[in-house]
Design a protein around this ligand. Structure first.
Ligand code: AP5
Ligand code: MG
Length: 213
């Protein structure tokens, strides 16, 4: 039942992952979250990652693959896993394949949230994340929920890479580097392209429809 949420920055991978975790009892592994966690250590490695993320550049395969391997080994597929933001290049595809084989696991679904650059700019510029519960909101679309968020306003933060020029560069890098990954999965069984410009609830309903079959 493992699945991959695939799509450009701001496509809504994290948002849909939160929904699937809550309603289908999955674990979410987001490489972005794992990397941001590493930066909190302020170690040499943490500072190196921070610099790359803040410039919108990819972190090296070696670092990302090690983080994925550790998380997967810790989780041992006790629940199905959502891979959010991984794999992003063919080297990472091969690494994931190796890990899955080791645990006798498969990817059953790949959801590609397809969104244009114009749409993601607004999403990224408005994004607010709760550092306590990791829920994501948007200043343009969820003012009410932000006001009422139970963790409290002091935990609501903006990501350091959510700056317009970095967001555009992240989008361009993503499209260039991950095209081979899209080509690889799009011919496989279980691949579903979803119009990511739809409303959040419309996308979840499409995902529901596929997961409930
Ligand atoms: P990561 O954290 O994965 O960032 P990303 O891929 O750029 O994706 P985002 O998290 O920005 O977007 P999302 O699709 O999760 O959208 P969200 O649901 O939050 O990676 C960060 C960095 O880490 C990378 O740039 C790279 O440096 C490094 N990295 C990570 N993985 C790596 C890897 N595998 N290899 C190498 N380096 C790696 O939604 C965005 C906003 O829109 C929110 O405000 C949300 O409320 C809103 N929203 C969501 N859906 C909708 C909708 N349908 N309608 C309206 N608003 C919506
Ligand atoms: Mg995300």
């Amino acid at each position: 039942m493992n699945l991959i949420l695939f799509g450009p920055p701001g496509a809504g991978k994290g948002t849909q992952a939160q929904y699937i975790v809550k309603n289908y009892n999955y674990f979410q592994i987001s490489t972005g979250d794992l990397l941001r966690n590493e930066t909190k250590n302020k170690s040499k490695l943490g500072n190196k990652i921070e610099k790359l993320i803040s410039n919108g550049e990819f972190v090296s395969d070696k670092i990302v693959n090690e983080l994925i391997e550790k998380s997967v080994t810790d989780l041992k597929f006790k629940k199905p896993i959502i891979f959010d933001g991984y794999p992003r290049n063919i080297q990472q595809v091969n690494n994931l394949d190796r890990i899955l084989n080791e645990f006798n696991q498969k990817i059953l679904f790949v959801f590609f949230l397809n969104v244009s650059r114009e749409i993601i700019e607004k999403r990224i510029m408005g994004r607010i994340t709760c550092s306590k519960c990791n829920l994501t909101f948007n200043d343009f679309f969820n003012k009410n929920e932000i006001e009422k968020h139970p963790c409290g306003k002091e935990f609501l933060t903006k990501r350091t890479d959510d700056d317009i020029s970095i967001a555009i560069s992240r989008y361009d890098i993503y499209m260039k580097k991950t095209k081979p990954v899209l080509d690889f999965y799009s011919s496989k069984k279980g691949f579903h392209e979803i119009d990511g410009s739809l409303k959040i609830a419309q996308i979840t309903s499409k995902i529901d429809h596929i997961l409930k079959v």
